[in-house]
Design a protein. Structure first.
Ligand SMILES: [Zn+2]
Length: 196
């Protein structure tokens, strides 16, 4: 969201679109809700149908866009590439989140290797930092498996195409945005081209 404000381009968030579709009870929303209620991951086709519809609108065609929450799988990345052809994504940014602690007030993320300066007190707002609730062994195990099966191949896919930058996800949302802007600008300088 902050990044799209910085570059004044549309923020296309699959999470937002999905919540809206479910709330409005559209055909796509009902299908998504059904999949989620059964505890399934959303199907690639469903996600990409939603993204394709949004990326067909004139504002994203004119100014470029920031796509948030997608692709999550190699299949989605492939569909996205053919959807955007003959153009392609300028850049995929992997926000690395190994966080286990979060500020309850501002949402800043911390990890064991980058904890708050004062124990359990947020560097950004002074709020209370707590252990993430979903940090049970089961949840960690599930996240690791999902990472190996889905995220790691996706990261490789973009790295092979020289379209990947990674930034650490720790710290305040503003700090993470600053890191993203920095890698985008560095790419821009190297390529000398338009990049949004
Ligand atoms: Zn805070």
């Amino acid at each position: 969201m902050r990044l799209s404000h910085h570059y004044v381009v549309p923020h296309v968030s699959t999470g937002d679109m999905l919540r809206a579709a479910v709330k409005q009870g559209t055909a796509m929303g009902l299908k998504a809700k059904d999949q989620m209620d059964r505890g399934e991951l959303l199907g690639d086709d469903l996600v990409m149908e939603m993204v394709a519809e949004r990326l067909g609108e004139s504002d994203v065609r004119a100014r470029g866009f920031i796509l948030d929450g997608c692709p999550r799988t190699v299949a989605q990345a492939e569909q996205l590439a053919s959807l955007l052809a003959p153009f392609d994504l300028d850049l995929a940014i992997d926000i690395e989140i190994h966080t286990s602690q979060v500020c309850v007030d501002c949402g800043a993320n911390y990890s064991l290797s980058a904890p708050p300066l004062i124990n359990w007190t947020c560097d950004v707002c002074g709020g209370e930092v707590v252990q993430r609730e979903d940090d049970t062994e089961d949840a960690i195990e599930r996240r690791l498996k999902l990472y190996e099966r889905q995220t790691a191949p996706l990261i490789e896919w973009y790295r092979d195409r020289n379209q990947l930058e990674s930034v650490p996800g720790t710290g305040s949302p503003d700090a993470v945005t600053r890191r993203m802007v920095k890698v985008i600008e560095q790419r821009r300088e190297r390529k000398g081209g338009r990049l949004t």
